[in-house]
Design a protein around this ligand. Structure first.
Ligand code: 0A1
Ligand code: ZN
Length: 867
């Protein structure tokens, strides 16, 4: 694809030229089978690869095999020395026949691989990560997702250090060798792209289980961890079995191999990876027990286990033609895991959580310098595009198609998709076409969701015409300009909309409006009484709604709307009515309507506790900022803490009562989790209004807690208070958990997120803590990414927060560019801030930009952020 890399308009640096979607063409050579022979050793691993290649069509171009830092020791065609040469990192092999066995040999060094891409060492294990372009760090190969091959792997390793040898597919042979080594041979019968290749070698033990598929086949399930961690794998195993069953019931998808292996590793760039038959996980998404994991951790584990399992069909059996189609597998799979979690927990609460993530991460991305369509047009480094837009907005696109088609037609469409494209590398267009054909709908305009970036804004006004007994809903939409895209066309917005009686809150009518013009008017007939608008229920379209509903109307919706999501939404809007003027430095309306709505929510016995917790939760500072034209972080912080104080001071009795409800620590039912979530929110408000009482209750909670959720709540509350209990609890926590790295991550994260004036200084010191390291992505994120998400502390007027982040990005880039690049976006928001902060943020970006030897990962993020 080297010839695809020239475009005069794009921002370029010598080696950092973009790749364009429009330049896609089929590979010159197919690889039908890959035979790997590996002598595993952390210092030097020898890899011999034999590729059975076939010319694709008529041409005389050489075979181009991608490499990344590889030097060929030998290159052979059908057993003879080949004519070959290097072009940059690529190996070019001259081909005088249409099909051949091409063999190469290289040496790689897993223990020097700090990027955690390709084959690397982690905690005594050897493991791989190949998505997106890591296979080329193991051996020479086309390494593009449209080249699918069967694989056979023979591994040899020290039998004592690496007693377990795993790869994709089935174990077909194993045995002892002389000199204390042993071998294993694995074969994967399903053709797959190289990014799904995986192997693991190490001293591991398995939690073993079985699953009987819907057609009666027995599948062996193993979760491989260090022996001491075995007791913490139960939840993940249950989630795996639940996922397998759910995918059969809801999508008719059955698992296809006789074996499913999961391995947990401590050093991992992302959450987990769906390698065929051998999922590799960041250990934080496998290991959990009530003593060390929060309810949120348990839910995340189930969600990620499901996500990776679901990829077996949406990603592996049907894969992506090229990386521009990433959302084909990721958007769809996120939608599938979201629905699974909705089914396993609480439908409404899970939806609220997913929307919160979308608004907190994807909306800012979509309105900033790194905005890109769900199907991007170009990239410099593809790993920068594993974004909330491709994943979470991508999932919203699938959800909208589900809403438009309805569940039955949607299922028919996915059946068609899986059947038509099984064993293929497909495109987003292929998916939409299946939706159209099986759904009997025209999605021509809907396709804009894949190509137009930016979050649409909708203005909604409801006008009642008493004489005509109708209500008119006037709608206007605009799609904002984003980098490289201006003057956009209106999109198709499925808006689930209802009218409620203003008096009784009773639902009068619900409709799915497909709003697809710049302006429209929707008429509701037979409206004989005053009504209130409930719009975008369940967040049926990922847009920003601006409506002119009064405090009274919002309070009625918050208390009465039959749609739980809409109740939450009304509450958020009501809070924003008070928060936004304060954050803009304007005159602040009295907080009474919010206080009354919170009181009513707390006293409402029909609401379950988890929903109550969501409803009384104040919008985050990031979310408030998102709604402002210009952000003053100090003012935003003051606005939010003042409202919390007022609610806390006014509702002491109700809040004390709400936080006191007990649940057993190991009870993971929706009810028990709701009790703990409500405790967190209630105690938070109480501590804002009555800090001493808050500190006392939080310390008491810390001391009596029998689970990590409550312990974390207590620490979170204490972290924001000037109380002696604070240091005591943090020190006790450190002493108790210093041997558990996942919990130690929480210790760092809580301090980085602390709402206190000296957080910046504390984080500056924690960088030198002996337990802090830039080498472990979880640890780096726990301190630095949580700090950069802490609006008040990070945006300290001195600019030292920005300088600290810049320093960390530069240092991390030398170790792990992928992880470093993901820390840049908070600085990229500079244009949205008041001038003094904007200048300091930009300076921090310039510091990074001028640092020597920047990776293309960080270069892309920084140059786009400044551009
Ligand atoms: N496909 C994985 C995400 C992933 C991407 C890159 C990785 O390594 C750099 C690891 C995982 C998923 O969606 O879960
Ligand atoms: Zn995924």
């Amino acid at each position: 694809m080297a010839d695809a890399r020239m475009n005069p308009e794009a921002p370029t640096a010598p080696d950092h030229a973009p790749t364009f979607r429009k330049d896609y063409r089929e590979p010159d050579w197919w690889v039908r089978h890959v035979e790997l022979d590996m002598d595993l050793d952390p210092a030097t691993t020898r890899v011999r690869a034999t590729l059975r290649v076939e010319r694709n069509g008529e041409h005389d171009r050489p075979l181009r095999l991608a490499g990344d830092g590889l030097k060929p020791v030998t290159v052979e065609i059908d057993g003879e020395k080949a004519r070959s040469g290097m072009e940059g990192d690529d190996l070019l092999v001259e081909m005088d026949r249409d099909a051949a066995q091409v063999a190469t040999e290289v040496e790689i060094h897993p223990d020097r691989n700090s990027q955690l891409m390709g084959l690397y060492a982690s905690g005594g294990l050897l493991c791989t990560q190949c998505e997106s372009e890591g296979f080329r760090r193991i051996t020479f190969h086309p390494d593009r997702p449209d080249v699918l091959s069967t694989y056979a792997v023979t591994m040899r390793a020290d039998a004592e250090k690496f007693p377990i040898l795993l790869a994709n597919g089935n174990l077909v042979e194993q045995g002892k060798l002389d000199d204390g080594r042993h071998f294993a041979r694995w074969e994967d019968p399903f053709p797959k792209p190289s990014y799904l290749f995986a192997l693991v070698a190490g001293d591991l033990k398995a939690n073993r289980d079985r699953f009987t598929t819907m057609s009666g086949r027995e599948v062996e399930l193993n979760i491989w961890v260090r022996e001491a961690d075995l007791p913490r794998t139960r939840h993940a195993m249950q989630a795996l079995k639940d996922s397998m069953k759910w995918d059969e019931e809801v999508y008719g998808r059955e698992y296809d191999l006789d074996l499913f292996n999961i391995v947990a590793v401590d050093d991992f760039n992302f959450g987990a990876m769906e390698n065929k038959g051998l999922n590799i996980f960041n250990s934080r998404y496998i290991l959990a027990d009530a003593d060390s994991a929060t309810d949120a951790d348990f839910d995340a584990i189930a969600g990620v286990v499901a996500h990776e399992y679901f990829h077996n069909w949406s990603g592996n059996r049907v894969t992506c033609r090229d990386w521009f189609q990433l959302s084909l597998k990721e958007g769809f799979t996120v939608f599938r895991d979201q629905c699974f979690s909705q089914a396993m927990t609480s439908e409404a609460v899970k939806r609220i959580e997913d929307v919160r993530v979308l608004r907190a991460i994807q909306f800012p991305e979509d309105s900033g310098p790194l905005a890109h369509p769900v199907r991007p047009e170009s990239y410099i480094e593809i790993t920068n595009f594993y974004t909330a837009t491709v994943y979470n907005k991508g999932a919203e696109l699938i959800r909208m198609m589900h809403t438009i088609l309805g569940p039955e037609k949607f299922r028919a469409a996915t059946d068609l998709y899986f059947e038509r494209h099984d064993g293929e590398a497909a495109t987003c267009e292929d998916f939409v076409r299946c939706m159209e054909e099986a759904g009997g709908v025209d999605l021509e305009q809907f396709r804009l969701w894949y190509s137009q970036a930016g979050t649409p804004r909708v203005k909604a006004r409801l006008i009642r015409d008493e004489k005509a007994n109708v209500a008119r809903l006037q709608l206007e939409q605009t799609v904002p300009d984003t980098p490289g895209q201006t003057g956009k066309a209106p999109m198709v917005l499925p808006l689930k909309t209802a009218l409620l009686s203003a008096q009784s809150g009773r639902e009068i009518e619900e409709r799915l409006i497909l709003f697809d013009k710049a302006e429209d008017e929707i008429v509701f007939d037979n409206v004989t009484e005053p009504v209130i608008l409930s719009i975008n229920r369940d967040f049926s379209a990922p847009v920003i709604i601006e409506s002119d509903r009064s405090d009274d109307e919002l309070a009625t919706l918050a208390a009465m709307d039959a749609n739980p999501f809409a109740r939450y939404e009304a509450m958020q809007e009501l809070m924003l009515h008070s928060l936004l003027p304060a954050a803009r430095g304007e005159e602040v309306p009295p907080a009474d309507p919010v206080i009354e709505a919170v009181r009513r929510t707390l006293n409402d016995d029909t609401l379950d506790k988890a929903l109550k917790a969501e409803a009384i939760r104040l919008p985050s500072e990031a979310m408030i900022g998102e709604r402002l034209e210009e952000i003053d972080p100090d003012q935003v912080h003051r606005a939010r803490s003042t409202l919390a104080e007022e609610i806390g001071a006014a509702l002491g009795t109700e809040l004390v009562e709400a936080q006191a409800i007990e649940a057993a620590g190991d009870d993971l039912s929706v009810e028990a989790k709701g009790i703990r979530a409500l405790r967190r929110e209630a105690l938070g408000l109480l501590a804002a209004g009555e800090p001493e009482e808050g500190a006392r209750l939080a310390k008491a909670l810390y001391d009596r807690a029998d689970n990590m959720t409550d312990r974390q709540t207590a620490l979170m509350i204490l972290s924001g208070l000037e109380a002696e209990e604070r240091q005591l609890a943090f020190d006790a926590f450190y002493e108790r958990y210093k041997g558990n790295s996942l919990v130690l991550d929480k210790w760092f994260a809580l301090q980085a997120a602390a709402q206190r004036p000296d957080t910046l200084e504390r984080v500056e010191k924690l960088v030198d803590h002996p337990d802090f390291t830039l080498k472990n992505p979880n640890r780096l994120r726990s301190l630095i990414s949580n700090f950069a998400a802490n609006q008040w502390a990070f945006h300290h007027s001195s600019g030292r927060g920005y300088a600290l982040l810049a320093k960390m990005v530069i240092e991390a880039d030398r170790i792990n560019p992928q992880v470093a690049a993901r820390m840049v976006p908070p600085l990229g928001r500079w244009r949205r801030y008041v001038p003094d902060r904007a200048r300091l943020m930009k300076e921090a970006l310039e510091t990074i930009a001028s640092s020597e030897g920047l990776s293309k990962d960080v270069y892309e993020q920084v140059s786009k952020s400044l551009g």
